[in-house]
Design a protein around this ligand. Structure first.
Ligand SMILES: Cc1ncc(COP(=O)(O)O)c(C=O)c1O
Length: 493
């Protein structure tokens, strides 16, 4: 019995020694760093996504007994290459290399920011970062907030603060009747948050859009009236700074005025466009953001951070702390110089995501975001200009930032037209030459670019649009030949 126990103890000891062996850790770190560097410096010559992803994934899942770096290399090769200059699909960034490389240090330090005693330097850095964001958005010093895993969590947190500010004690009683008034293109996380918070998704009232796909401010009063008609007396009005489908910006000053008139909480979802606070040319699009009661912003979007780094700020910090204050004597203690962040975030374990954002800010200065946001917006605008002059493609709207939707000039039945746009996207993406996305505007499918890689050049944009035109022509020709064949086959019978 004792022998068996001793053997087991030795076996366990060997596991620990193997995992924590300093020399093999050094070697592993160097192998993994090489893979990270390759991923961060993808060139146009390669493919954005290897063809046959499904079979590759199955092969990797079946592989066993391979060394860890070999497996990681296989995963890297099979991944969607976000740092490839012709990755122009969704709002996930080609990360700033330094920020991505710092991630392994964040994981190695593994500081948890819920309580100061677990994060003696991480908490001060996180607070310094939030102070910088408050200043950037024009918020007062007593505003409060934190980094969160993303815009969806930030919107949930902001609506929680709003709910308890409008209906005191709502977290305790679960009782709150509040209408959430949003632009028609608002991100789904807001209605989801209304559902989670017990406000109900049927308390969400959409405002129609104007021609630029921004919330039509002239229609806001009628939506308040409709909400009042449905019995609501308390309101949250949401403005979007950089909408998901088209990157459109709402008139935040006008929305704030409308909110003030109705006694509503005003929330700005700047998950996508918050990074323009650092843009000398485009900052004006955020005019009025500092007047909002709460703000969502995502450094992992237009500040080019690796996932994840979202953020939420509440103008009157007390509104955040009240619904999230907890009694947990094993964590939260007496007052110290630095706060326990777990007292005003939904999460308990809180990753040290602040480090990568703070380091880029400190080491390179906020002007890097001026350069990077300008580049992605310029590349997107080049796509708008190209489509304006193309015989095959046409813009669905003017690009306001780095998201742009376009479509075929040629019209067809709704079903065929939608299917054609979808097939164009799928054909392009499967080829690996470039990677784009699609959206639905005014009920019809369109193609969509989201330029999230500052290394995407105008040449990459033109090459991608040229390839789309030729795919479209081939598909249209194939459909016409098929139709012709069917017609002649019918007339023969
Ligand atoms: C406007 C807007 N808000 C919120 C979100 C959700 O952000 P996340 O994906 O970081 O949770 C998105 C995501 O694309 C967005 O575009």
């Amino acid at each position: 019995m004792r022998k068996k126990t001793t053997t087991r103890t030795h076996a366990h000891e060997r596991v620990v020694q193997r995992l924590w062996n300093p020399r093999s850790i050094q070697k592993l770190a160097s192998d993994l760093a090489t893979i990270s560097c390759d991923a961060l410096t993808e060139q146009t010559g390669g493919l954005v996504r290897p063809p046959g992803s499904d079979q590759i994934a199955r092969r990797i899942l079946r592989k066993d007994g391979r060394s860890l770096p070999t497996l990681v290399r296989a995963v890297q090769k099979a991944s969607l290459h976000l740092s490839h200059p012709r990755y122009i699909a969704q709002q996930v960034a080609a990360p700033i290399p330094a920020a991505a490389l710092v991630e392994s240090v964040v994981a190695a330090l593994n500081q948890s920011l819920a309580v100061w005693e677990m994060s003696p330097i991480a908490t001060p850095i996180d607070r310094d970062l939030m102070a910088r964001f408050k200043k950037a958005f024009g918020y007062p010093r007593d505003a409060n907030g934190s980094l969160v895993p993303g815009g969806a969590f930030a919107n949930l947190t902001a609506l929680l603060a709003a709910r308890d500010a409008l209906c005191a004690g709502a977290s305790k009683t679960g009782k709150a009747r509040i209408a959430v008034i949003v632009g028609f293109q608002t991100h789904y996380s807001l209605s989801r948050a209304a559902g989670i918070l017990g406000l109900g998704t049927d308390a969400v009232f959409p405002v129609p859009l104007d021609r630029d796909f921004s919330t039509d401010v002239t229609r806001v009063p009628e939506v308040f009236t409709a909400a009042r008609g449905a019995g609501f007396r308390k309101f949250i009005l949401v403005g979007t700074a950089g909408s998901t489908p088209t990157g459109s910006f709402d008139d935040l000053v006008a929305l704030r005025d409308a909110a003030t008139k109705e006694g509503a909480w005003f929330h700005v979802d700047a998950a996508h466009g918050g990074g323009l606070a650092f843009s000398s040319l485009q900052r004006w699009r955020l005019k009025g953001i500092g007047l909002a009661h709460s703000i969502t912003f995502d450094p992992h979007k237009m500040m080019f951070m690796p996932l994840s780094a979202g953020g939420v700020l509440v103008r009157d910090g007390a509104h955040l702390a009240t619904p999230l204050k907890e009694q947990a004597p094993y964590l939260f203690g007496s007052k110290r110089a630095w706060p326990d962040i777990g007292q005003f975030t939904i999460g308990c374990s809180q990753r040290f995501d602040a480090l990568k954002v703070w380091l880029v800010w400190r080491a390179y200065g906020p002007q890097v975001w001026d350069a990077l946001t300008t580049r992605v917006c310029d590349a997107c605008h080049a796509a708008f200009r190209y489509c304006s002059q193309s015989d095959v493609l046409e813009p669905a709207h003017e690009s306001q930032s780095n998201i742009f939707c376009f479509r075929l000039r040629r019209r067809g039945s709704a079903v065929a037209y939608d299917r054609l746009h979808w097939t164009i996207k799928e054909t392009l993406n499967e080829s690996g030459f470039a990677y784009i996305s699609s959206a639905v505007l005014d009920g019809r499918r369109v193609l969509r670019l989201s330029v999230m890689n500052p290394r995407t050049s105008l040449a990459d944009i033109y090459a991608t649009l040229g390839r789309i035109e030729s795919i479209a022509k081939t598909l249209i020709k194939r459909t016409e030949n098929k139709r012709e064949f069917m017609r002649s086959a019918t007339s023969r019978t």
